[in-house]
Design a protein around this ligand. Sequence first.
Ligand code: ZN
Length: 340
Amino acid sequence: MSAVTSGLVCGHHHFYSALARGMPAPPRKPASFREILEYVWWRLDVELDEEIIRWSAMLGAAEALMCGTTAIVDHHESPSCVEGSLSIIAAAAAEVGVRTNLCYGVTDRHGPDGARRGLAENERFLRAGGRGMVGVHAAFTCGDDTLHAAAGLARDLGVGVHIHVAEGPDDAAAGARLEGLAADDWWLVHCVLLDRPLPGTIAHNPRSNMNNSVGYAAPTARPNPIVLGTDGIGADMLEEARLAYVRLREHDIAASPDTVWGWLDNGYALFPEARDDRVTWNYDHADSPWHVAFTQGVRALEIVSGDGDVLLRDGLPTRVDLAEVRAKAAEQAQRLFAHL
Ligand SMILES: [Zn+2]
């Protein structure tokens, strides 16, 4: 007997991080959240091209399926390859069999033309029928004009804005900057240092927050719906839930894993059809938060989508050859590392 659950939802991801593992060390050791962005992520994202984007999404999607994750909210930035980038990711994930909600993270870091191209990519993708939101990197890398333009575009298109909010000290003013712009359909990521209520869903990423040493986001103190994300560190949602639970418990001895599993459940607001995906696990109690919170190595064995397609068999993706995806991704990673 093995437990069967719905497909899991990753509430905030960066597929392009899939190839960052093992990247060369930055020229200087980052000593703050800002330096982690400057020395690691902003050196990496500028090197992303079509093939790197494609194979990082393929690998990220394949690894997600192997963890029982069938739907991903992704936030993408590739300043040297903006136009068409969201379609590349959408196609790659769909090929593997993972549902996506995508956005391009607009920023003023690359000047007004960079921001304009980012907004245009969101608009192009969404108007062509792509599923997603309007992306903004974060308030602290955007001027007010760009924030207003993104909010306006999202309103026009009837979608929310997917934005990092008060993740670290550099973005502590995000609450004041976004007040009056944010709406219920916004996707607010992190909110570690958010100093006031903003409307929207909060994506909580405990592992990333710990890794970046930005502090605890204390999501239970906020009235917003909470979803769980990985912020680019894979898409193993049971692993993230276990970590979210012990981090919550460190903060509140009376906390229950049911709270964290409620955050997983909130992901279906964006992907209702993922509820109909059937994941068979290698553990009889994979449907019980109190069991999974204290059980490592729970793996997905089989996934059948709501449409009846077998996406995972014997723990391996069926639509792509995992070995080939890993080999191609490794080739692209080597190319990326050479540029770094
Ligand atoms: Zn993020």
